[in-house]
Write a protein that binds this ligand. Structure first.
Ligand SMILES: O=C(O)[C@H](O)COP(=O)(O)O
Length: 229
C-alpha cells in the first residue's frame, strides 16, 4: 500500500478578494501562509515523510509546498515544477470579482464557466497582458499549449501527461509523494484517480491547505481516501 498526499495551496490574496485567478501569479494571503504552516505541522504530527514533491509554476502553490516542507524539516527533497499542474486558465475572467461576474452574467452561466467540463470561459487575445506567451516561465510551451481560455476537460488533458510521465513513475519506485497544486488541477487528478463522473467532480470542493490522503494498491487503484484533519 502506497500513500499519496495532495494539497491545494493556502488561501491566496485573490481568493481573499474573491477574484478569478487562473494563471495569474498572485501571492498567498497572510492567512494562507499560516494555513500552509498548519498543514505542515499536521503532517509532521501524523508522522508523514516525503521523498519527492510536485507542484505548479505559480508562487501560491510553490510557497505552500515550501512552508509545508519546512515544518517537516524536508526542504531538501527534490521538487518538480510544471505548468501542467497550474490552475485552470480562466481566460478573460481572470481578475474579475466572482460576485460581480454573477451579477453581470447570472448564476447559471457563471456556474457553467466554473464547473461544466466543456464550457469555455471567454477567451483573451494574444495581445492581452494575461497571455502566457508574454512570460519567461512559459518559454518551453509550444504555441498550441499556450491557452487563451481553458475548460475543465482541457485542464485534465494537460495535467494527465505529467501525472503519467512524472508522478506515477515516482510512486512506482516506492517514493513517498506530495503534490501541491490548485483547485481545478487537483480536481482533474482526483477525477482520474477515482474515476469520478463529471457530475460528481462538479460537486467536489477542495478546501485550501488541507492534506488529502490516498491509499493506493499496487496498481495505483484507490483503496481509501480521507482528509487529514
Ligand atoms: O482560479 C481561481 O479563481 C480559483 O483558484 C479556482 O476557482 P473556482 O473554484 O472558481 O474554479
Amino acid at each position: 500500500m502506497q500513500k499519496l498526499v495532495l494539497i491545494r495551496h493556502g488561501e491566496s490574496v485573490w481568493n481573499q478578494e474573491n477574484r478569478f485567478t487562473g494563471w495569474t501569479d498572485v501571492d498567498l494571503s497572510d492567512g494562507g501562509l499560516q494555513q500552509a504552516i498548519s498543514a505542515g505541522k499536521l503532517l509532521a504530527k501524523n508522522g508523514y515523510t516525503f521523498d519527492v514533491g510536485f507542484t505548479s509554476v505559480l508562487k501560491r502553490s510553490i510557497k505552500t509546498m515550501h512552508f509545508v516542507l519546512e515544518q517537516l524539516d524536508h526542504l531538501w527533497i527534490p521538487i518538480h515544477k510544471s505548468w501542467r499542474l497550474n490552475e485552470r486558465f480562466y481566460g478573460a475572467l481572470q481578475g474579475l470579482n466572482k460576485d460581480e461576474t454573477i451579477e453581470k452574467y447570472g448564476e447559471e452561466q457563471v456556474q457553467k464557466w466554473r464547473r461544466d467540463p466543456h464550457e469555455h470561459p471567454p477567451a483573451i487575445t494574444e495581445q492581452d497582458d494575461r497571455f502566457p506567451g508574454h512570460y519567461l516561465r512559459y518559454n518551453d510551451l509550444t504555441y498550441r499549449e499556450l491557452p487563451l481560455t481553458e475548460n475543465l476537460s482541457e485542464t485534465m488533458d494537460r495535467a494527465l501527461p505529467f501525472w503519467h510521465e512524472s508522478i506515477v513513475p515516482a510512486i512506482r519506485e516506492n517514493k513517498k509523494v506530495i503534490i501541491c497544486a490548485h483547485g481545478n488541477s487537483l480536481r482533474a487528478l482526483i477525477q482520474y484517480i477515482e474515476n469520478l463522473s463529471d457530475e460528481d467532480v462538479a460537486k467536489l470542493d477542495i478546501p485550501t491547505a488541507t492534506p488529502w490522503v490516498y491509499e493506493l494498491d499496487d496498481r495505483l487503484n484507490c483503496v481509501k481516501h480521507y482528509y487529514l484533519k
